[in-house]
Design a protein around this ligand. Sequence first.
Ligand SMILES: [Zn+2]
Length: 283
Amino acid sequence: MKLHTILSLMFFFAFAPACVGLKTNNQDNWAFTTSSSEYNRDSSQLVRTAAVSNPPAQAAPAAQAARVNAPASGRLTLGNYRTSYPITKVVAQNFTVVVDPGHGGTDPGALGSGLRESDLTFIIGVLLHRKLSESGFRSTMTRWDDTFKSLENRVLVAKNQKCDLFVSIHINAAEATNACGVEVFHKSHLTRSIRNSSLITTSRSAAASIGNELKLIQGINWRGVKQDARHLYVLKQSPFPAVLVECGFISNANEGRKLGDIRYLDEISNRIYQGILSHYRSR
Ligand SMILES: [Zn+2]
């Protein structure tokens, strides 16, 4: 084998997809769990399945607190939930955020606590998109229902926009059930065709702003802002500033219980929104 092939293999086994966790620090004894596709260039055919929620729309002011942990379908859905968090109006139509709910369709992502990662990322994504749109940002999503989207397709959606910030949403899982917490990864690599180093600086700054909000969530285990050591596709191949938020572990009983509550998912979306707002203002 050529040296670069050996190095590639060494790298592959040294790092794992976010939801297929390998050990990344001494705090958690990570081990392989089930599926994920952040890392792989998965270009399987698009498969459409039933939508999991109502179509995205502007947030209504009325609050509707709801715990929807075990709906009849066995899937967590947004239903007619509306946020009660206040929205800050800004004139930011020239700033486009692409919200990327991880997984979907034939790829449910991580499984645990009776939940599917793809459902949770979609709910957080829709709630975030609504807040951004109502606030005055240009916002779009890489998927609008429970549909499989390849990683290339997700980046392509952003390429077709004037994307100022790509925000990928994921949920973690690990065999070590004590692993828990929230972390934000930022774009840290350039490629032969993506050479603008300011993309890394801006991505790091956006991740810090989002992290500064997320770590304020009561009872959260804040794991920090981290470089993209795993060369995640949507971060590495994004020709725009990009971050990936791992919103907690559904393999942890306590965190899984919280993630099964739409109000908690809304709080996460609100913190991410506040972080994006802070990042936008600090540019
Ligand atoms: Zn994931």
